[in-house]
Design a protein around this ligand. Structure first.
Ligand code: OFO
Length: 171
């Protein structure tokens, strides 16, 4: 594997671990607000992010690349409001989509077809991740002035099923 692609994949593993940290931080923030459904939803998403990191980790190993784990920085832990916390998640997903797109460009530029094809899974996943975060953000914005509305969303979010283990994150 070309070293530029290897480096790009290692940096993406780091970005996915940071996503894991960020969702955990947002989950803890909602726990403090007693919005347990939000906290649960963010925690399940954190598990998905871990699966995203591990999928890249396994791919690098499979291709004979060198995995280098980078230090994961502390995420923010306080937000001004529930919508500000969800907005942070939305902005982060938009940033991750840009990163993935740049990584696909890099793999194509290096004629690494296997990596480009593997990354298509992430391109599709990001469409879903951004759409979900965008919907949640706008819904929370709509009801923020009414605790009743927030509690209704909280109940709905509590029903999110647990994430599949990392090895099953193929679909
Ligand atoms: Fe890994 O998709 Fe969200 O960040």
């Amino acid at each position: 594997m070309k070293s530029k692609v290897e480096q790009g994949l290692n940096e993406q593993i780091h970005a996915e671990f940071f996503s894991f940290y960020l969702y955990l931080a947002v989950s803890a923030y909602f726990t403090k607000l007693h919005l347990e459904g939000f906290a649960h939803w963010m925690r399940v998403q954190a598990q998905e992010e871990l699966a995203h990191a591990m999928k890249l980790f396994d791919y690098l190993n499979e291709r004979g690349g060198a995995v280098r784990l980078l230090a994961v920085e502390s995420p923010q832990s306080e937000w001004a409001s529930p919508s500000a916390a969800v907005e942070a998640v939305l902005k982060h997903e938009q940033h991750i989509s840009e990163r993935i797109n740049r990584l696909v460009d890099l793999a194509n530029g290096e004629n690494d077809h296997a990596t480009a094809v593997m990354l298509h899974w992430y391109v599709r996943e990001q469409v879903e991740e951004e759409a979900t975060a965008d919907t949640l953000y706008h819904q929370v914005k709509m009801v923020e002035a009414s605790p009743h509305g927030l509690l209704m969303i909280d109940r709905e979010l509590a029903g999110r099923p647990a994430a599949a283990p990392a090895a099953e994150a193929e679909a």
